[in-house]
Design a protein around this ligand. Structure first.
Ligand code: 13P
Length: 251
């Protein structure tokens, strides 16, 4: 049985001071919690969060990284910098990076490689738009994203990889995928991982669902056989709400 992972993607929210206030409220609520918890604050909050989390059961992650290790890339942040702040995880290919910032599958692939070789655990986000779902293209979109993002990834990366299914139409809209839609997509992804990366990768790689996850719908999503956790946006900004979601997860 794969242990659940509960990840909070704060996007462009919370200053370092607000991060500290959040943690003061959140950490006592989850100090006994056993599922893996990951918080993904914005870059400026990482260092302070890393100091406050280092002796806790909550892990730290970043929302993005640059594929190169260093150099003249104004505004960018490398895997090594994230590790030094205490990060273990990093989001790669989030739909806002793909659609708002125009990241291609080729760039996502390079970032994934940089994350793995830099010692980070990538959370690779995939998912279709509403138009693609309505056109019956969900599986072909997932196939293209997974096929190109994970192309030729070495087997040593598999234990560190997490895949998040985030249908774009469910992100920040209040419209969650039905349990049937979430399970069908997660099962399809697991079958793809089995077929393309091998049986063991298919069994061990965790698949998260993301898109309007809230305390009142987390339990039914976490009960699905192929959903191994949730990637929470808006609802992760509230320490009490996020702790309620954690309470629905298994270790
Ligand atoms: P919401 O939970 O706000 O819909 O965001 C989901 C998401 O994008 C998490 O990465």
């Amino acid at each position: 049985m794969r242990a659940h992972l509960i990840a909070g993607n704060w996007k462009m929210n919370k200053t370092p001071s607000e991060t500290e206030v959040f943690l003061a409220r959140f950490l006592p609520l989850v100090s006994q919690a056993e599922p893996e918890i990951v918080l993904l604050p914005a870059f400026p909050s990482l260092h302070r969060a890393g100091c406050l989390l280092c002796k806790t059961n909550v892990r730290l992650g970043a929302q993005d990284l640059h594929p190169e290790p260093r150099g003249a890339f104004t505004g960018a942040v490398s895997a090594e910098m994230l590790i030094d702040c205490g990060c273990r995880y990093v989001l790669v290919g989030h739909s806002e990076r793909r659609h708002v910032f125009g990241e291609s599958n080729a760039l996502v692939r390079c970032k994934l490689e940089a994350a793995v070789s830099g010692g980070l655990h990538p959370i690779l986000c995939v998912g279709e738009t509403l138009a693609e779902r309505r056109a019956g293209e969900t599986e072909s979109v997932l196939q293209t994203q997974l096929g190109s993002d994970l192309a030729d990834l070495s087997a040593r990366s598999f234990p560190h990889l997490v895949v998040a299914y985030e249908p774009v139409w469910a992100i920040g809209t209040g419209e969650t995928a039905t349990t049937r839609q979430a399970q069908d997509a997660a099962a399809w992804i697991r079958e793809w991982l089995r077929r393309e990366l091998g049986a063991s990768a298919g069994e061990t790689i965790r698949i998260l669902y993301g898109g309007s996850v809230k305390p009142d719908n987390a339990a039914e999503l976490l009960a699905l056989p192929d959903v191994d956790g949730v990637l929470v946006g808006g609802a992760s900004l509230d320490p009490v709400g996020l702790a309620q979601i954690v309470a629905e997860a298994r270790a």
